[in-house]
Design a protein around this ligand. Sequence first.
Ligand code: SAH
Ligand code: MG
Length: 231
Amino acid sequence: MAKTRRREGPNRGDREGGAEELGVGLSAYTEALFAQEDELQREIRGEVVRRGFERMQVSAAEGKLLHMLCLTADARRVLEVGTLLGYSAIWMARALPPGGELITLEIDAERAQVARRFIERARLGGIVRVRVGAALALLRDMGPAASFDVFFIDADKENYVAYMEEATRLLRPKGILLADNAFWSGRVLDPEADDADTRAIQEFNRRLAANPRYASTIIPVRDGLAMGVKL
Ligand code: SAH
Ligand code: MG
């Protein structure tokens, strides 16, 4: 099979390295058929690349999958941890009905402001609310009235386990827990890994797998999307 050129196309599927075995060519094929970005999404990707954050943002294929999971869950309320410039939030918010709400948490005020502008331009200002602050504190402030259908974790890895605990509290039964970077570029395979982020993701995956309150797996898209359905 021909070796795919590494810089081909905007939607390479291996940005964080972990899904490289799946084949860049097949990711590009899937995205070209099923997950084409519109002009605004391309502009956001361009801005993310310009800032050197491309590896932090979900791919188009993963964005489409998030969108479809929101549809499948018949989601009206979605919580996202880690906004960056709003790319994944826009994919998910486009799956919500009128009157739906997506709350996305971002610690960096400047990123949140840029994200708000993109969200306005996507005409999703009435659906998406970007809240600035440390996500764990913001989540712990949410009372039991704040129930969510989908809860997407994509921020500081060391808090993944704590975010899962908040998700378990805040998700409705049959709600969907999602967490990006579950493969961590393949580093989860190293049982002797000693960096804090790898250990945190390994611990998150172990706890999710063993948690009787979820049916769970890792979807092998890009860098791995952990998924749990709350029972
Ligand atoms: N979901 C986004 C990418 C998020 S990147 C997308 O795919 O489009 C992770 C983001 O989490 C970064 O913007 C970072 O500033 C933010 N972040 C890191 N630690 C955080 C924390 N403790 N609370 C809230 N946001 C945090
Ligand atoms: Mg990520």
